[in-house]
Ligand binder design. Structure first.
Ligand code: ASP
Length: 356
């Protein structure tokens, strides 16, 4: 009898502990802030089966409420930073978002950030943040290819999974990530590969860095390139970035486009070259003139995969240019804009493109 009451009292204590954990459990969840910027994930259309829709229609609180069980993953706070299709993303929003993230992550009360974002320029925002966020806490971008009103809209599950990645203790130190379609990609390597299919984000060169399936997070390898806490770039006190334009090369492309960009005020030009960062003879001459005048010119490629050789058909040192290594033109533009915040030699600029 005595023994039974001993077990009974122990059982009572355990039950009280379990109950108190359930009651107070919320406070033990990680604190995640969701910064919403718009995109198709916040888009709406008139028909669930029609393809026409408008990005950036739904507000963040409604988006969170549409995801079952998401509040079981983390304590969530949503902030509406913008509500645009990401074709309208701007340097100003990048700076605002990056400053906000640095402020939030400096607080011990914030464990990670999720950013909802259109997919068109998501890789650009991710790469920009990867270079200027000063924290090893997780920063995860997500979006969707189908608007919230579509049949089988994948936004809610993508948001659920992005919060799971941001809330996971496993996710520290991977830099800025993109979590979509059950995959986790690094900001450095992720590319939008398709116009509308849900598997649009891929990292064809280095591969995805992890997976997230119904909230189960797994990492396979570290991202390529320097980022976040090991990045030399800072936007402290920065109000704008130097103008950098992209010139898309093709057969018989017009060399005077280089001069036009310089005249318009470009401090840097990224050539989306043919093949191994090549361009026709007239454009190459115009580029040489531009670099002599102090404009930074980086050779990337319009070809989806492969690095641009420093000594290939074009030898960069002969023209004052720099190879983008394996960065695509849109990411090379971001790295060049940040690099041009201070004076650099051509050699130092080349180092930057190899390291980041
Ligand atoms: N145009 C949209 C955007 O980038 C496309 C999308 O989100 O999938 O905002």
């Amino acid at each position: 009898m005595k023994k039974i009451s001993f077990y009974a009292s122990n059982f009572l204590v355990v039950m009280l502990l379990v109950a108190s954990t359930i009651v107070t459990g919320q406070t033990k969840l990680p604190n995640i802030v969701i910064l919403a910027t718009g995109g198709t994930i916040a888009g709406a259309g008139a028909s669930a089966t029609g393809s026409a829709y408008t990005s950036g229609q739904v507000k963040i609180d409604a988006m969170i409420d549409a995801v079952p069980n998401i509040r079981q993953l983390a304590n969530l706070k949503g902030e509406q930073v913008a509500n645009v299709g990401s074709q309208d993303m701007s340097v100003k929003v990048w700076l605002d978002v990056a400053n906000r993230i640095n402020t939030l992550l400096a607080s011990k009360d914030v464990d990670g950030i999720v950013i909802t974002h259109g997919t068109d320029t998501q890789e650009e925002t991710a790469y920009f943040l990867n270079l200027v966020v000063k924290s090893d806490k997780p920063v995860v971008l997500t979006g969707s290819m189908r608007p919230s009103t579509a049949l089988s809209a994948e936004g809610p599950l993508n948001l659920y999974n992005a919060v799971a990645v941001a809330a996971s203790p496993k996710s520290k130190g991977y830099g800025v990530m993109v979590a979509m379609n059950d995959e986790i990609h690094s900001a450095h390597s992720v590319k939008k590969m398709m116009t509308t299919p849900v598997q649009t984000f891929q990292s064809p060169e280095e591969g995805m860095i992890g997976s997230v399936v119904f909230g189960e997070v797994d990492f396979f390898h570290k991202p390529h390139g320097l980022h976040t806490t090991s990045s030399e770039f800072s936007i402290d006190g920065v109000k704008s970035l130097p103008r950098v334009d992209i010139l898309y090369a093709c057969a018989d492309s017009s060399p005077d486009l280089v001069d036009l960009m310089v005249k318009a005020g470009a401090k840097g030009i990224v050539i989306a070259g043919v093949g191994d960062g090549n361009m026709n003879a007239g454009t190459l001459e115009a580029v040489k003139k531009a670099t002599k005048a102090g404009v930074a010119v980086v050779r990337a490629s319009r070809v989806p995969l492969g690095a641009v050789l420093i000594k290939g058909e074009i030898v960069d040192a002969d023209y004052g240019t720099v190879s983008a290594d394996e960065l695509n033109p849109q990411k090379a533009r971001i790295l060049l804009m940040l690099s041009l915040l201070k004076d650099r030699s051509r050699e130092d600029l080349q180092r930057v493109f190899i390291e980041y």
